[in-house]
Design a protein around this ligand. Structure first.
Ligand code: SF4
Length: 425
């Protein structure tokens, strides 16, 4: 099937990427499969060649099976893909062909984005993305997969269809704020404020040009609003919500790797881990998420770790987080098809929550490494881990995540968890 939509290149001006062949996407990434991928793998008769089914199920989705060390079962000792080596690039699952690129279609275009799960993207190594990658993708993919077919534009808010120009107006202003000269902690606090304010606003009567005017008024008022009376730290319930959000964003189907426990046992283990995360007793060791994750750190130590903004690497961390946020917004991965069909208002709130989880995971990495402050490496790991599931973990579009986000939008909860992670005391 030919491509149906023009691909819009990533607008983020300073994002670079070239594949450096590190292979981490084959060792540390769970490859989700579409129907067409599963059919193709069956036609390729891998089950009889490997002696086991290379496709596994996790929470209603199908994935490529992984080895006990977490690597893809198709990764060869020479670091190459077995499907690619035997049958060619175009025979691999779509996710493998595209990585680290993402496509988020709407009614008119498909937006190109990049995943920060790729170390080269996170470290900004390689060629500048100037649009040439669009043509390369077009040739490589040879056709648009059914999952990337035309989809409706995101709603503006729950029950409110977006009108022409409204989503773009919000996108431009969010990007302008993210890219502004304010300190990173202020810009992050402001993102939480924007999410809270839009969620509380009655938007049905503020459409078209009035929507744009409203956004300009809000952004104009933002610096003064943020300088208002100090907020209390997050409550224990709000902190539990944040830990739940971290767990949901870092959950991984690796329990279903070859040699792993049965599905029933894996499900029970996952539930118990989730409950321990929710409780988050300060003296408790943080339950393992999986292979390659920090071990040994205690919840209380993470809460005591200073936020990243005061660290020696704060300038580099600022550049990374700003670039990541811009690519998320400009790559179409905050609302609409790139974010489980979330409305623009709800998706902005979910993005703010993701920023809080990045701050928490970076501090966790620093604690587990025995450091006294968060380094650029900790932040790169955190951004990579949180961005890995963005748009590809169906449970992040489900009722639990919506309830968690809505809860934190009350009583300044979103700003309070953001400030706990990103503001120095
Ligand atoms: S993680 Fe990125 S740099 Fe490493 S092999 Fe995959 S695409 Fe290439």
């Amino acid at each position: 099937m030919p491509l149906q939509l023009p691909i819009l290149p990533l607008a983020t001006p300073n994002q670079r990427y070239s594949c450096h062949g590190c292979g981490s996407c084959c060792r540390d990434f769970s490859v989700q499969l579409r129907d067409a991928d599963v059919r193709r793998i069956e036609q390729q008769r891998w089950q009889s060649e490997l002696g086991f089914d290379p496709v596994v199920q996790f929470r209603g989705q199908r994935y490529l099976r992984q080895r006990a060390d977490g690597a893809c079962v198709f990764l060869q000792e020479d670091g190459k893909c077995r499907i690619h080596a035997r049958d060619g690039f175009a025979e691999k699952p779509l996710a493998c062909q595209m990585f680290p690129y993402t496509l988020s279609p709407d009614a008119h275009v498909s937006r190109l984005g990049v995943s920060f799960a790729c170390g080269s993207v996170t470290a900004n190594r390689g060629d500048p993305l100037r649009g040439q990658e669009v043509e390369a993708l077009r040739i490589a993919l040879r056709g648009i997969p059914e999952s990337l077919a035309v989809t409706p534009n995101a709603p503006l808010a729950k029950g409110l269809r977006s009108q022409p120009g409204e989503l773009e107006a919000l996108e431009r202003r969010v990007v302008r704020w993210i890219d502004s000269a304010h300190p990173l902690s202020t810009r992050i606090d402001g993102l939480g404020w924007i999410a809270q304010t839009l969620s509380a606003a009655k938007l049905a009567s503020v459409r078209g040009d009035r929507w744009t005017e409203l956004l300009d008024i809000l952004l104009g008022a933002l610096p003064d609003e943020l300088a208002g009376p100090p907020l209390m730290p997050a409550t224990s319930r709000q902190r539990a919500m944040l830990r739940g959000a971290v767990f949901a964003r870092t959950e991984d189907p690796k329990p279903l790797a070859a040699g792993a426990p049965s599905r029933a046992r894996a499900t029970v283990q996952q539930l118990l881990r989730s409950m321990r995360w929710q409780r988050g007793r300060s003296t408790a060791v943080i339950p393992s998420i999986g292979l390659g994750w920090p071990t040994g750190a205690r919840f209380g130590a993470v809460d005591s770790m200073p936020p990243a903004v005061g660290s020696e690497d704060s300038t580099l961390i600022d550049e990374l987080v700003t670039r990541w946020l811009r690519t998320r917004v400009e790559g179409g991965r905050v609302w609409g098809s790139g974010a489980y069909g979330w409305s623009a208002v709800d998706g902005t709130a979910a993005l703010a929550l993701s920023v809080a989880t990045v701050g928490w995971v970076a501090r966790w990495h620093a604690v587990a490494s025995g450091r006294a402050s968060v380094t650029l490496a900790d932040m790169q790991a955190a951004v990579g881990r949180i961005d890995r599931t963005a748009g590809r973990a169906p449970w992040l579009g489900g009722a639990a995540e919506r309830w968690r986000t809505a809860y934190l939008l009350r009583d300044h909860g979103m700003r309070r968890v953001l400030r706990d992670q990103w503001f120095s005391a």
